[in-house]
Design a protein around this ligand. Structure first.
Ligand SMILES: [Zn+2]
Length: 210
């Protein structure tokens, strides 16, 4: 009964989310992944997003036209990255959402301070302590977003060999995105070299412990 309700909520929220963000769900399918069968929702958009986890629901979204053109390894990598997000540890989940709130709060506070400083004509730099706190909140939030992507990529590297992982990365299509989107991606996504390095350190530690 409880599971049925959760499944219904997830389906309802996923469809609503996709409608707002990508224009609507085109097709629902089940695919096999490293973590068993998963429901995926397909949408069609010319955005550079190929795969995504629904915020607030444990479902995977795929951009059908882009996903269908991916070479096998890149397609597997894309799906496993999202499965990695779904397999988030509950403790990390709490830290992650806390940091997202911190990021949102930091940005809103900064915009509010900026607006007030323009209206009341006072220099925004006259409040260094407040600016420091706001910057701290933003940095913590951005760091958590990056860690979140790193963890998902490390999950991919648990499923693929290093060689396959780098090949999948190489075969990913390069999109012509806006400068803003490119900077955002640079901030949030770790480079494949970093992921491989961290994975090696992790494996090394594991071998030492056991
Ligand atoms: Zn991700």
């Amino acid at each position: 009964m409880k599971n049925g309700l959760i499944a219904r909520y997830r389906d309802w929220w996923t469809r609503l989310f996709v409608r707002f963000v990508h224009g609507g769900v085109e097709k629902v399918d089940r695919i096999s992944t490293s973590n068993g069968e998963q429901t995926v929702y397909y949408f069609s958009s010319d955005s550079a997003i190929i795969g995504q986890k629904t915020w607030g629901a444990e479902t995977i979204l795929l951009n059908k036209p882009q996903f269908e053109h991916l070479p096998d390894l890149s397609a597997e990598r894309t799906v496993e990255h999202e499965v990695g997000h779904l397999n988030r540890h509950s403790i990390w989940n709490g830290i992650f959402w806390g940091s997202v709130v911190s990021l949102a709060f930091g940005i809103v506070s900064f915009l509010l301070l900026l607006t007030l400083s323009v209206i009341h004509k006072f220099p925004i730099l006259g409040y260094p302590r407040l600016l420091l706190i706001i910057s701290g909140m933003v940095v913590v939030g951005l760091f958590a977003l990056k860690m979140n992507e790193l963890l998902a990529e490390l999950y991919v590297l648990d499923q693929l060999s290093e060689e396959e992982y780098l090949k999948a990365e190489e075969e990913m299509p390069v999109y012509d995105v806006s400068k803003k989107a490119a900077i955002a991606a640079e901030i949030v996504y770790p480079s494949p070299e970093t992921v491989v390095k961290v994975h090696r350190i992790k494996e090394d530690l594991k071998a030492r412990i056991s």
